[in-house]
Design a protein around this ligand. Structure first.
Ligand code: TNX
Length: 543
């Protein structure tokens, strides 16, 4: 490299590192740092300006999304864009529902920015919402702040003219939060939903129960939260085999808080997927109800991480009824299609010794304990189907044979998902290799303590949820993927955000953008702009 190239390179790097001007499209023709990258984007000359006179012209059926956009922009603007049921004037933002547009699927949109106006067209409210998210990303990063970006009245924001046509590659674009190990207050879960929606992520799994805590109010069984929502202590930071001596809890979500969360998530087009672990990771439930175990207990809520040998006793009719009762209340609270029953890491040793479980195996003609878990899943699946819902579980539910309608979340690699998809089951990919956002993202003394593993940003970005061995006819069975923020070592919302970002932004792009357009270098370049949005949002992202 000669010295001239070096100077040019240095100048370029300096330019990239400097905080940019207020408009996000730095010059016509360059790509603004949109994350995830849209399917099609054509920049043109000139621009549109958001001023004090800008209104949102809401076409038929668009008012809710128009109000949402006005609300999302009101904090950084310091005023609320008026939403009007009138044709757009020069300078306005127009929202249009066009139900028959074949070019935009269920969640797709077109966004047209001309000198005269911005037009967002979609065939559904979700599409309009995502068009709004893209428009906010076209504005300066300050558009993501909670406070007015400027004190100057009538201050304006520019957007370069651009035509965007966009739709997601996958319908399930998910993350998992684990309030069972370390609780996250409902207000924080709302904020997390907002941040997800800003990345066009649309599915949030809540891991509500585990050995270390039961975090959901169940009216029929008040002991679940009276006993199960607290533990005597937690593992000590720095030495997971020692206790910290600090009582933890009671922490749980009331049913009212869940209803409120569901409504909030719905407004951001995020589906909440409740996970109730059955039959394993069940110790907090057994502390409250030892009668549903194989041995009868007594038990305490687990105070160390790891896998618990005592699990639900499927040989006992009352225990099966208990599981269904819990799921009945869960179905009342969560309107989404899928109910997650966990199913992972359920050691079957107790079942081997349990006369009731052995009697069940015999009576039902089952081969072994793995088939007993399938038998249990079958009961749960029928129960959920009777309420119009579908069962999803971790890939262990494949071991004794899958029940007919079950969907699989593949975490121990992608093979389980591959097998299930080939057999005609729906699959969400969540392999530890690419999707475990609780694993370290970098090495070095400055990095926080983590559970183990190593999943750097580039690894997440390189993920393709569709295994190359899967025949094209089965591709539609891959619903998408999910990044998991298991929280043994994520004690606070700040920890969650540090582990989530920027990796969740990479996953969002994997799930939204066409596989062919993705290039890590291009993503990294756009991430510079996107990191400024995360700063404005106050997200504790890894820099
Ligand atoms: C495995 S993934 C688990 C979780 C842990 C996680 C830690 C899965 C279905 N089970 O219980 O929190 O590893 O990375």
């Amino acid at each position: 490299m000669n010295s001239r190239t070096t100077i040019h390179l240095t100048a370029l790097l300096l330019l990239l590192a400097l905080p940019g001007p207020l408009n996000a499209v730095d010059s016509p023709g360059t790509l603004p740092g949109l994350v995830p990258r849209p399917v099609h984007m054509q920049a043109a000359g000139g621009g549109w300006t958001l001023t004090r006179k800008t209104r949102i012209s809401a076409g038929d059926g668009t008012t809710i999304e128009a109000d949402q956009l006005a609300r999302d922009l009101s904090a950084p603007l310091g005023w609320r864009l008026p939403v009007v049921k009138a044709p757009p004037r020069k300078g306005d933002i127009a929202m249009v529902i066009s139900p028959t547009d074949p070019l935009i699927g269920a969640e797709g949109y077109r966004l047209s920015v001309t000198r005269d106006r911005v037009t967002i067209t979609a065939s559904t409210p979700a599409g309009l919402f995502y068009g709004g998210v893209t428009l906010r990303q076209l504005l300066p990063p300050e558009a993501f702040n909670n406070h007015p970006a400027t004190k100057r009245p009538g201050a304006f924001w520019n957007v370069g003219c651009v035509e965007i046509r966009d739709q997601p590659r996958f319908p399930w674009r998910g993350l998992l939060l684990d309030p069972a190990r370390h609780f996250l207050p409902p207000e924080y879960v709302k904020r997390f939903v907002d941040i997800m929606a800003d990345h066009k992520l649309n599915s949030l799994q809540l891991h509500l129960t585990d050995d270390q805590g039961w975090r959901l109010e169940i009216k029929k069984y008040p002991r679940l939260t009276q006993i199960g929502s607290r533990r005597a202590e937690s593992p000590k930071p720095g030495d997971r085999n020692q206790g910290d001596g600090k009582p933890y809890g009671p922490f749980f979500y009331t049913q009212q808080e869940i209803r409120d969360l569901v409504a909030h998530a719905r407004s951001k087009h995020v589906t909440l997927v409740p996970e109730i672990e059955i039959p394993g990771h069940f110790r907090a439930a057994l502390a409250a109800h030892p009668e549903y175990s194989c041995t009868g207990g007594p038990f305490e809520v687990r105070t160390r991480w790891g896998v618990e040998p005592d699990i639900l006793c499927p040989g006992n009719d009352a225990a099966v009824a208990f599981a269904k009762d819990v799921l009945a209340e869960v179905c009342e609270l969560f309107p989404g299609r899928f109910i997650h029953i966990g199913g992972d890491e359920a050691p079957r040793g107790r079942w081997k010794q349990c006369p009731k479980c052995q009697a069940r195996i015999k009576a039902e003609g089952l081969k072994n304990e793995a088939e007993l878990q399938t038998w249990l899943n079958h009961r749960l699946e029928e129960f959920l189907a009777s309420k119009g819902r579908r069962l999803i579980g971790w890939d262990e539910i494949l071991e004794g044979g899958l029940t007919p309608g079950a969907a699989v979340m593949s975490w121990r690699g992608t093979d389980g998902g591959l097998t299930a998809a080939k057999a005609g089951h729906d699959v969400v990919m969540s392999p530890t290799t690419h999707c475990y956002l609780d694993y370290a993202q970098a090495k070095g003394p400055g990095e926080p303590e983590a559970i183990g593993g190593f999943v750097p940003l580039e690894k997440v970005y390189s993920f393709d949820p569709i295994p190359s061995e899967l025949p094209p006819a089965s591709h539609p069975h891959i619903l998408g993927a999910q990044g998991n923020l298991w929280s043994e070592f994520l004690q606070t919302p700040q920890d969650v955000e540090y582990f989530a970002f920027p990796r969740a932004a990479a996953l969002a792009e994997v799930l939204w953008s066409p596989a062919t357009t993705n290039g890590f270098a291009d993503f990294q370049l756009r991430l510079r702009t996107h990191a400024r949005r995360l700063d404005q949002l106050g997200v504790n992202h890894r820099k």
